[in-house]
Design a protein around this ligand. Structure first.
Ligand SMILES: Nc1nc2c(ncn2[C@@H]2O[C@H](COP(=O)(O)OP(=O)(O)OP(=O)(O)O)[C@@H](O)[C@H]2O)c(=O)[nH]1
Ligand SMILES: [Mg+2]
Length: 222
């Protein structure tokens, strides 16, 4: 964990805008951290816990609630972006494909993106989408913090076991880090806030990079 005496207890953030695809995203306005993960893993809940405001991002018992990319301005600088969840089966195939493409494009081409918070349910970690995301982020050398969320659902011992298992699986991936988290209780929040503040103060790619060239494109398997 990062030692920081002046670590804030929360990251104040306000809703900026929603976008259905990359070209309708707001102009770059500082470093962005994206919150990704399977539908219902708790992305929106994590954001609300971080900001200390239950109404920052919508939370639902119905998976697939977040269907647009939602941008939030962090008061101290930079932005957080709540992405639509992967694998929401009840949405029409076409709708699902469209927003998955939008997310893949955003992740592959957004110059302002400096890091990803990948939210998993600690009881079902490392599913197909999670693996793809971790491999892609490693290949792109993009820092990625995995939250093993809903840790409150497991005993301390079982939490540690899952954490060690995941760390072990990805020990060859230097840009990937793991922590347990509980969006309901706030467990793991200081660690995440320290990481986010570090990422959000990173300089973003020069804006003269007119044609953004990704290291590779997410979702396009050879
Ligand atoms: N027990 C527990 N429940 C949680 C936690 N985080 C989220 N939940 C619950 O999980 C459900 C889904 O949470 P959301 O934050 O809406 O999940 P999401 O990943 O944003 O879902 P989509 O918007 O569909 O992609 C809600 O019922 C939350 O209350 C947690 O840490 N512990
Ligand atoms: Mg959501």
């Amino acid at each position: 964990m990062t030692e920081n005496v002046s670590l804030p207890e929360r990251l104040e953030a306000t809703f900026l805008t929603s976008a259905p695809d990359l070209k309708r995203c707001p102009p770059n306005g500082g470093a962005e951290v994206a919150f990704a993960g399977r539908s219902n893993a708790g992305k929106s809940s994590v954001l609300n816990q971080l900001t200390g405001n239950r109404r920052t991002a919508k939370v639902s018992k119905t998976p697939g609630r977040t269907q647009l990319m939602n941008f939030f301005d962090v008061r101290t600088g930079g932005r957080m972006v709540d992405l639509p969840g992967y694998g929401y089966a009840k949405a029409g195939k076409e709708a699902q494909k469209n927003w998955q493409n939008a997310v893949n494009h955003y992740l592959s081409y957004r110059d302002a993106l400096v890091g990803i918070v990948l939210v998993m349910d600690i009881r079902h970690p490392n599913q197909a989408f999670d693996k793809q995301m971790l491999d892609w982020a490693s290949a792109s050398e993009l820092p990625i913090r995995v939250l093993l969320n809903k840790a409150d659902k497991l005993s301390n011992g079982a939490q540690k076991q899952e954490l060690n298992k995941m760390r072990n699986l990805y020990k060859e991936h230097p840009t990937v880090s793991f922590q347990t988290f509980s969006a309901s209780r706030g467990t793991g929040k200081p660690d995440l806030i320290a990481t986010l503040l570090e990422w959000l103060s990173l300089p973003i790619d020069a804006e003269d990079a007119e044609e953004a060239v990704p290291h590779n494109e997410l979702g396009h398997q050879p």
